[in-house]
Structures are given as structure tokens and as C-alpha cells.
Design a protein around this ligand. Structure first.
Ligand code: ADP
Ligand code: MG
Length: 474
């Protein structure tokens, strides 16, 4: 028998099944159908776009390892999306998306080319009935409180989340804003709150949505002249969870509509939960009136997890996946990946996959290779925003102070250091650095860089600043 889509996929499944929990396998892999094999591209059909995004986010590495094993280095994966037919009797249609899983690039670095090709879906969450409108929560049950491990870094946010889940709309944490860096658990915690509420109060309407999708829906509604329907839809919700609200920055139309929705919900005792990668004071291009609403409730930060927490997250992950791993390996990974839980998990998953792929035992050496590759590959360029934040934090001032027109020496120095690091660690032009750091011109940035160089040679204290800060960026 020759190689067919079926045989290739079945082999992949066997491998995948060995590497993930049975429940996850059942949920995410059993519904997939192999459709076609041409040369080294396997086409698989998945039930929905959400499903596809989920696979890409959580299982792309595993899929890649499995498929490479079957079809060699140039293996490609093509998704075919079977749309849920939520609108009357229209026949389901399919959408074809080439997987981003191509070549050797790590998935984190690639854009996922999803285009909204389903303009008919006015609001993907409404399933029209006679009177009773059912809203799908879009919650991921795998993100719950049980597997959101507690540590010093997240205790406040986690317990505020629990309090909100126990009494949605009935605490002073309204809105609850969870903020923190990439991969620190904002999305997980936001889902956990929603899942818990659904569990305790099944009759309440909970909706999780990313700010990006919210924006897309809004723009679509304006185009189609259904802005009122859009607003009305959101006003029906009891618990609204919006992820990554920093995405709204600069989008004044969406901010405006969100402001009205927010007020309506808040006045009616409904709960709003938001996440953001920045604290409200550091959010830029968000209208003041909206920022002031964000501050009504509680802003709780998710900080970098300490070593103990990292260890317990790894152990828990291994335990849930039913994998055993020598203690020194776990410690090695926890020691080297410090600021991003997604990367921490990613490294351990790679290790598991690598070891079963190559039938190798997981040795410290293998762990070193994986961690090194992982850290290198996922290192993104630091942003100028981030540099300003780190420098401001270091000098215990806020970003607005750093950017202000003042000539106070310590503030000027902080600003010059921010410019210096922006030049050093980003590809931005002098002009662009200047405009982002307090609207200065390129000559000012150039002067700042020279001043920092000079001071580094002559001033010991200043050199210490540079060393400390450099560590934070590498
Ligand atoms: P963010 O939205 O802040 O970028 P996510 O919520 O997507 O981060 O979290 C990244 C990964 O780390 C997810 O797989 C999540 O389950 C995991 N994670 C984050 N915090 C914890 C925690 N406290 N316990 C267990 N897993 C966590
Ligand atoms: Mg997130």
C-alpha cells in the first residue's frame, strides 16, 4: 500500500497521542480529518477557525515534529476549515488556509495568515433563536483555576479573580484589570474566571473576546450599518471579558463604542474583566475617560514567576501530560527561562517531543540544546515602549515623567539612557526613537547617545546604571 493522506495522518496521530493527555487528544485531534496528500503537503480538515487557531497556538510544534517524521524536512500542513453552519440552512463552506507551519522557523515568529473570509457571519457568537438568544462563551475549559498555579507573582491577581468569580458584578473589583508581560498568564486567568462563573452561575451570559476581534466586529458593523446591533449584543452580556485591551490604543472609534458598552454594563451591575500588557498609567493613545474607567476597579499585576513557581508549573505540566522527567532537567529549564511561562512550557514540550522523536533519553545536554534554541528563537526585538518602561521602573518614575520636558538632571539622564538603549537594541531610526520618547528630534537622540557614551567612560555610578539596565534587556 502506498502512502496516503490517511496513512500519514494515522501515523501522526499515533505519535501525537503518545505525547499529550488523552482528553486533549480527544478534543483537538480526533475531530480532524485527513483530506489530501500531495507531495509533502498534507491537508487536514478542522471544524472551525477557532479550532485552527487553537491548534496553531498550542500544538503546532507537536504537529510539526509528527509530520516531519512522516514526510521529511519539507513537510507542509494545510488546514481546511469547515465552518460551523450557524445561520439557517445555508450549506457549510470550507476555507483553506496554508499552515504557518513551514520550514524551520519557529512558529512564534510567524504571522498567521488568517483573513476573515466569512463576511456573512455578522456576529459569530449569536445563534439566532425565536426569542432566546444563546451566546457562546468562547471560553476554554482547559484554562481554569485548578491549573493556574499560585505563587507570589500572581497571588493578588489570582485571588481578585476568585473573588470576582464568586460574586460577579458584586465586588468592588469592577472592572478587574489584569496586566503583565507576555506569557505571564493573563489570558489563562481571564478564562479561568469566566469558566468558574459559568460553573457557579450557569444561567449568566459570559463572553470572552480578544480586543482585536472586538475591534474587527465593530469595524464590520460600521461597514454594514449594524452598529446598533453590535452595541445591543454586547449590552446583553452579564460578564464581559476583553483580552489585550492595549490593542484598542489609537482606535478611537472602537474605544468610543466600548466606553458606551462599558458604562451600560457597569451601571447594570454587570462584571467587566480586562487584560492588558501594560498598567493603565502606561497605556498610550487610550482616551482619558476610558482610562479613568479602567481605574475604577482593581488593577492587578501578574509579575515574573519566581523560581519555585516556575518549578511547580513545570512539574504540574509534566504530571498532567503523564510524562516523567529527571529533576535536574526540570531545574535546568526553570533556571534558564524566567520571564515567560509560555516559553517555559514550550521548552518542556519541545523536550518531550524531541526525546520521543529521536527515541533519546532526556539528558542535560539535550535540555541545554533545546533551551538554547528556544531562548534564541523566541527572543524578540525589545520595543521602545518596553525600554522606556524598564528604564522608568529602574529609576522609580513613570513613563510620562521620563518623557516630560523637565530639565531635572536625573530625569534627563533616564531619558537619555532610554534613547541610548533604543538605539542599541532596536532597529528604529533616530527620528523615530525621538518621536516615541517624548516627541524629541533626531539630533536630541544623537546627543543623548553621545552623552551616555561619555558618561559611561567617566562616571562610575552611571556605568553601573548601564550595566544594570543592559542585563534587563538581554
Ligand atoms: P498571556 O496572556 O499573559 O500572554 P497566557 O495566559 O497565554 O499568557 O499564558 C501562557 C501560558 O502559560 C499558558 O499556557 C498558560 O496556561 C501558562 N500559565 C501562565 N500562568 C500560569 C500559572 N500560574 N500556572 C500554570 N500555567 C500558567
Ligand atoms: Mg494573552
Amino acid at each position: 500500500m502506498g502512502v496516503t493522506a490517511n496513512s500519514v495522518w494515522n501515523n501522526c496521530l499515533a505519535f501525537i497521542q503518545d505525547n499529550i493527555q488523552p482528553q486533549a487528544f480527544k478534543t483537538w485531534f480526533e475531530p480532524i480529518q485527513p483530506i489530501k496528500l500531495s507531495e509533502n503537503a498534507l491537508s487536514i480538515q478542522v471544524p472551525s477557525k477557532f479550532f485552527y487557531e487553537w491548534l496553531e497556538e498550542h500544538y503546532v510544534k507537536l504537529l510539526k515534529v509528527a509530520l516531519t517524521k512522516e514526510l521529511g524536512e519539507n513537510a507542509k500542513l494545510v488546514y481546511i476549515i469547515k465552518m460551523e453552519n450557524t445561520y439557517g440552512n445555508r450549506a457549510p463552506f470550507t476555507e483553506r488556509i496554508p499552515s504557518s507551519n513551514r520550514g524551520n522557523v519557529m512558529p512564534q515568529e510567524m504571522d498567521v495568515p488568517i483573513k476573515s473570509k466569512n463576511p456573512e457571519l455578522k456576529n459569530p457568537f449569536v445563534i439566532p433563536g425565536i426569542r432566546n438568544i444563546k451566546i457562546e462563551s468562547q471560553l476554554n475549559p482547559n484554562y481554569n483555576f485548578d491549573n493556574f498555579l499560585e505563587g507570589d507573582s500572581n497571588r493578588l491577581a489570582r485571588s481578585a479573580g476568585m473573588a470576582v468569580a464568586n460574586k460577579p458584578g458584586g465586588t468592588s473589583f469592577n472592572p478587574l484589570l489584569i496586566f503583565g508581560g507576555v506569557g505571564l498568564g493573563k489570558t489563562h486567568l481571564a478564562h479561568a474566571i469566566g469558566v468558574e462563573i459559568k460553573d457557579k452561575y450557569p444561567e449568566r451570559t459570559v463572553l470572552y473576546i480578544s480586543a482585536e476581534k472586538f475591534t474587527q466586529q465593530y469595524i464590520e458593523s460600521v461597514k454594514k450599518n449594524t452598529r446598533n446591533d453590535f452595541i445591543h449584543f454586547y449590552q446583553l452580556i452579564d460578564v464581559l471579558i476583553i483580552d489585550d485591551v492595549q490593542f484598542l490604543s489609537g482606535k478611537s472609534g472602537t474605544q468610543d463604542v466600548f466606553f458606551h458598552i462599558f458604562n451600560h454594563l457597569h451601571q447594570n451591575g454587570k462584571q467587566v474583566i480586562l487584560t492588558s500588557d501594560k498598567a493603565p498609567v502606561d497605556m498610550q493613545d487610550i482616551e482619558q475617560r476610558l482610562l479613568s474607567r479602567f481605574k475604577w476597579g482593581l488593577s492587578a499585576e501578574l509579575q515574573n514567576p519566581d523560581y519555585e513557581t516556575r518549578i511547580s508549573i513545570l512539574r504540574n505540566k509534566l504530571y498532567r501530560d503523564g510524562v516523567e522527567m529527571p529533576e535536574d532537567i526540570v531545574e535546568y529549564v526553570a533556571k534558564h527561562i524566567k520571564t515567560n511561562i509560555r516559553e517555559l512550557e514550550g521548552a518542556i514540550i519541545s523536550l518531550i517531543a524531541q526525546s520521543s522523536f529521536n527515541k533519546k533519553e532526556v539528558t542535560l545536554e539535550l535540555a541545554q540544546q533545546v533551551v538554547e534554541k528556544f531562548v534564541k528563537n523566541t527572543k524578540r526585538e525589545v520595543s521602545i515602549d518596553y525600554i522606556q518602561k524598564v528604564v522608568s521602573d529602574y529609576f522609580e518614575m513613570d513613563v510620562a515623567t521620563l518623557q516630560s520636558k523637565t530639565r531635572k538632571r536625573h530625569i534627563v539622564q533616564a531619558r537619555q539612557l532610554a534613547m541610548f538603549f533604543a538605539k542599541k537594541f532596536t532597529k528604529a531610526s533616530l527620528a523615530s526613537i525621538g518621536s516615541q520618547i517624548g516627541k524629541r528630534d533626531h539630533a536630541t537622540v544623537l546627543h543623548a547617545c553621545k552623552t551616555v557614551d561619555n558618561l559611561a567612560e567617566t562616571d562610575k555610578q552611571f556605568r553601573k546604571y548601564i550595566e544594570d539596565l543592559t542585563k534587563k534587556f538581554s
